[in-house]
Design a protein around this ligand. Structure first.
Ligand code: AMP
Length: 398
């Protein structure tokens, strides 16, 4: 078995999964939430069983100890299923990291050097890496970067039209995000279509709480909607996505908001949450169905932005072989899928309403047999992709 432990360490959470990278079989997964609080919550899952506990967990070291304790108490025996590699999700790899990278002290320093570009995420990722390297000292550790898949973007797509020297000095450019998911989903789509990815033009819509599109040509990302940070692009659960940057000057002058308040405002209190009071698409959809005009209005904004990007990316790609929906909303919301591609028959996009309405966890086609552009739903699996890339980085076949 090719067992990997995949670690996603956030500022107040630790997500983990023990899995077999060759088969994709998950052996256990878990989440430690509210790290730093007296009542942190741990959920450990093995098969259909779920174990929940609450205790004070003051830092990532303690969170890791609780994770190890969960394996010991609830299984599986992590010594019997000892990981051959530990894969870490790292949000920002800048221009430095173009693929999965085996972690040593220098790599840790390089990730640290990128903290100004991801001030919340990279320190949290590093905290997890440091603890995990101490706990699993004899196992190779690999960093898999959210940005790596987008290092193929051209300057034309990733440079902003601002003073070039200032941009260079402060590393201001588009880096994108969700790269692990976009890469995984694009590869699965090629398999589903039984075609080499090198021949394909794909448009991947990763729409979850965070959301981004990626135009993939020949297996390479050529455009993506998140920018220097994950704030740019689509309307998301709590992020605004695109807006005129002058809104910030205006709010600073008129509402007296400081930089940190503006950051919180746009990243945590906007998007569906700002528009409706809920960041959960299920709530927004059911309220809209019940006639709530505020919820319906929010959906209109959300869908309008998606359609705007779909059109733009089809132009950049010069057509597409397939459009693929993934992540929480993309995999589950027939309404968002239907409305975002409605009336595009002239482009060769025809959704089959019955296929679209089917609920399933499987990879599937939701376009008609005659649709020129295939429309697919492909569940993402970032943990499996991280596990596979981690084996790739240590030169071992999973
Ligand atoms: P993710 O970040 O990929 O976990 O996606 C989370 C988002 O998926 C949330 O906004 C959920 O409301 C949304 N979601 C999950 N299930 C459904 C569903 N059945 N219909 C609409 N949205 C859903």
């Amino acid at each position: 078995m090719s067992i990997a432990l995949v670690v996603n360490s956030g500022s107040s959470s630790l997500k983990y999964q023990l899995l077999d990278a060759s088969t994709g079989q998950m052996l256990a997964s878990g989440l430690v939430e509210r790290i730093g609080e007296e009542r942190a919550v741990t959920t450990h899952r093995v098969g259909d069983e779920k174990f929940r506990s609450e205790q004070p967990i003051l830092d990532h070291g303690a969170a890791f100890a609780v994770m190890m304790g969960s394996f010991l108490t609830h299984g599986p025996d992590i010594n019997a299923h000892s990981p051959k590699v530990v894969g870490h999700r790292v949000v920002h790899g800048g221009r430095r990291f173009v693929g999965p990278t085996r972690i040593d002290d220098q790599v840790e320093r390089d990730i640290d050097d990128l903290v100004p570009l991801a001030p919340l995420h990279n320190p949290a990722n590093l905290a997890g890496i440091r603890v995990a390297r101490a706990v699993f000292a004899d196992v190779p550790h690999v960093a898999v970067f959210d940005t790596a898949f987008h290092t193929s973007l051209s300057d034309a797509s990733s440079l902003y039209a601002i003073d070039a020297e200032t941009a260079r000095k402060h590393r201001v450019r588009k880096y994108g995000a969700h790269g692990t998911s976009h890469k995984y989903v694009a590869a699965r789509a090629a398999e589903y279509l039984h075609r080499p990815i090198e021949d394909l033009k794909l448009l991947v819509l990763h729409i979850g709480n965070g959301a981004s599109l990626c135009a993939v040509e020949g297996g390479r990302s050529i455009e993506t909607s998140m920018g220097m940070t994950p704030l740019e692009g689509l309307v998301m659960g709590t992020r605004s996505g695109d807006l005129d940057p002058a809104v910030l000057f205006h709010l600073s002058r008129q509402a007296g908001l400081g930089i940190d308040e503006l950051d919180t405002f746009l990243n945590r209190r906007s998007g569906l949450l700002g528009l409706t009071g809920s960041n959960d698409m299920r709530d927004v959809e059911s309220r809209a169905e019940d006639g709530d005009q505020v919820a319906r209005g929010a959906l209109d904004i959300y869908i309008h932005r998606l359609r705007h990007y779909i059109g733009a990316y089809l132009a950049l790609l010069g057509g597409a072989d397939a459009i693929i929906f993934t992540a929480g909303v993309g995999e589950n919301s027939q309404l968002v899928r239907a409305e975002s591609l409605e009336g595009m028959e002239w482009l060769g996009i025809e959704i089959d309403p019955e296929r679209n309405a089917e609920r399933s966890d499987e990879e599937r086609r939701i376009s008609t047999d005659s649709s020129k552009i295939e429309v697919l739903v492909i569940p993402t699996n970032e943990e499996l992709e991280i596990a596979r890339q981690s084996f790739e980085a240590i030169g071992v076949e999973a």
